[in-house]
Design a protein. Sequence first.
Length: 234
Amino acid sequence: MTWKATVLTLFPEMFPGPLGLSLAGKALAEGVWQLDAIDIRDFAHDKHRSVDDTPAGGGAGMVMRADIAAAAIDAAKAAAPAGTPAIYLSPRGTPLTQAGVEVLAHGPGVILLCGRFEGLDQRVLDAREIEEVSIGDYVLSGGDLAAHVVMDACVRLLPGVVGNAGTHDEESFASGLLEYPHYTRPREWEGHAIPDVLLSGDHEKIAAWRREQAEALTKKRRPDLWDWRRKAKS
Ligand code: SAM
């Protein structure tokens, strides 16, 4: 079955955007994955195709209406493979992780609801049991770029998209560590040499050096990951 992404958005023209290029674009053209961008405004009731209204209780900005978002979600669910999870991209969602991406990539696909304005009426999230997922601790102006991020992270894990799938096993997060540093020719550049061990041909030594580097980087830059990994091991 083809992995299918359905995006609910106010800007369908933003898709596939960068995902139409490079490896993801080639895979899309070859039918390795499918992308359906649905305009939420198609589910509006009035001639202005409005999808938002003022916040109950007052305050700044506008809120996306539950009835219109729900109609869009129901249509997306009906057209998606059975068991496709629905996600609302949201800065207050559960942080996206490589483990979460792997679960999504191994499933039938994903429905991604992109917010705009101040966000979505809470009732639709509760009534349709939609998971909220954040791509980081900052606020974007809309969920569309976040949807691209989720899809890109998933699509590169689909069979046949990345030439050497073995690279996934060594990438950052695969083992709970950040990845070791890479080097390539020239052997010396601006007075900086490639570490000798990488040119030694001794695969055991190279693996040990990479492991040390990955551990040191993780401890320094991501003490949260390091502690989590230590706890998981004990
Ligand atoms: N009022 C919201 C808040 O403070 O949490 C922010 C709304 S933001 C301007 C508009 C939309 O962008 C959100 O509904 C969400 O879909 C998307 N968005 C913004 N930041 C995001 C993030 N870090 N991760 C995922 N989606 C995000």
